[in-house]
Design a protein around this ligand. Structure first.
Ligand code: AMP
Ligand code: GLY
Length: 425
């Protein structure tokens, strides 16, 4: 089986790693891939946003499955183009990917389908947006509708801050076209969870929930990042909560998407908040989360390749057995580069020593020099996952492995999973 994985981050390394486990004879190509993925297959220097280049590669190589990691190629219509070429692709069409790429679209869909979410209204007019901010009062949330590199959400604790956010998006165009429409949204409180489901557009195979750690500092302090670590399983997300997510979130959303002629196939990611008044959707993503994927996939015992292939070929998942999970817990610790999440320094030499049992080092922002040296090449450099019988043991193992990897300016959190440990897990 020949498979093309599109992307070159930790998530794509984890996907490639899992697919190679599922089929030991897998012929893996990645574009652009990274030095970690290069140990599993062949990497082609084609950017994840080079749609023509990716289509030409997939056709030339006669791949039987394309797995698209990041949202950018989905937003650019890669899956639509591959389908036109008759190449099975796992991921949503451009129109279906709007569930992530347009927060206005996602919010309107949820509200019309009765999916629990925070109330929000969309504005292009500055005065009207500010009037809504004042009507709701602080704290209040101001969001750029489009994709803004993870920076388009301002949780404002004061009215001044919220009005400044409106100005930065609608007047100063801080996020360009992504901020030309803003959502003014009710503030919610509660713990956040990431729940993924593989879907054929109608049926879902949900995964166990994971919890991301967005802040750079231990104890969830300091600026936001793309994610400094993740763990699973999460005890506040037992099977009953996943079943509730399927019934109240995934199924009505997929029905609504079919009804408007945009069936969603691939991986649907529900970012949930467990508020005092029940679960609410914070956002949808149209792809696997990063770094949650690096924590979740090492616990997935059943094949991922097989349901991905079924979905990509347009087959139904009705009657498909649910995913099977290993016992135990998984903790992923992200190692970030000097300066992250601000201006990052690239090129620091990385030394990875012994990994130990049940520890996997996924590459995210690395590159290999002509002389063979491994160097930092991005904000999030590596994601170190450890599996152990308990969260405490997995955290210990993951942090110890992270400590053993060296490069100048390395930053990582030793407290991934702290909420779970506080709950006494
Ligand atoms: P999003 O990109 O929509 O997931 O938002 C990024 C982060 O902002 C979320 O993970 C939450 O921590 C926070 N956030 C978004 N919307 C709200 C809300 N309505 N109330 C409180 N926090 C929010
Ligand atoms: N971990 C958050 C995301 O992938 O969007």
């Amino acid at each position: 089986m020949k498979v093309l994985v599109v992307g070159g981050g930790g998530r794509e390394h984890a996907l490639a790693w899992k697919l190679c486990h599922d089929d030991p004879y897998l012929d893996l190509i990645a574009a652009p891939g990274n030095p970690g993925i290069a140990d599993l297959g062949r990497c082609e220097k084609i950017a994840a946003t080079d749609i023509d280049g990716l289509c030409a590669l997939a056709a030339r190589e006669e791949v039987e499955l394309v797995v698209v990691g990041p949202e950018a190629p989905l937003e650019l219509g890669l899956v639509d183009r591959l389908r036109e070429l008759g190449i099975p692709a796992f991921g949503p069409t451009k129109a279906a990917a709007e569930i992530e790429t347009s927060k206005r679209f996602a919010k309107e869909l949820m509200l019309s389908a009765g999916v629990p979410t925070a109330m929000a209204r969309t504005f292009t007019d500055v005065a009207a947006a500010k009037a809504e901010v004042r009507r709701l009062g602080a704290p209040v949330v101001v969001k750029a509708s489009g994709i803004a590199a993870g920076k388009g959400v301002i949780v404002a604790t004061t009215l001044d801050e919220a009005e400044a956010a409106v100005d930065s998006m609608l007047v100063d165009n801080a996020f360009g076209a992504a901020g030309a429409e803003v959502l003014v949204e009710e503030f919610m409180t509660g713990e956040e969870l990431s729940v993924f489901a593989v879907t054929d557009g109608t049926n879902v195979l949900p995964m166990i929930a994971a919890q991301d750690h967005k802040r750079i500092g231990e104890g969830d302090t300091g600026p936001n990042t793309g994610g400094m670590g993740a763990y699973c399983p999460v005890s506040i997300a037992p099977p009953a909560l996943i079943a509730e997510t399927v019934e109240r979130v995934f199924l009505p959303t997929l029905t609504a998407m079919r009804e408007i002629g945009r069936p969603f196939t691939g991986l649907l990611y529900a970012g949930l908040m467990l508020t005092p008044s029940g679960m609410k959707v914070v956002e949808f993503n149209c792809r696997f989360g990063d770094p949650e994927t690096e924590a979740i996939l090492p616990l997935l015992e059943s094949s991922l390749l097989e349901p991905m292939l079924a979905v990509a070929r347009g087959h139904s998942l009705a009657g498909h057995p649910p995913h099977r999970w290993r016992a135990g817990a998984s903790v992923t610790t992200v190692l970030a580069a000097h300066g992250y999440p601000g201006a990052v320094r690239n090129g620091d030499e990385i030394a990875i020593s012994a990994r130990g049992d049940d520890v996997v080092v996924f590459h995210a922002g690395t590159k290999r020099d002509a002389d063979g040296a491994l160097r930092t090449a991005g904000g999030r450099v590596l994601a170190v996952t450890a599996v152990a019988p308990t969260i405490a043991a997995a955290r210990e193992k993951s942090a110890a492995a992270a400590a053993n990897i060296t490069f100048e300016g390395k930053q990582f959190r030793r407290d991934i999973g702290w909420r779970e440990l506080e709950r006494g897990a």
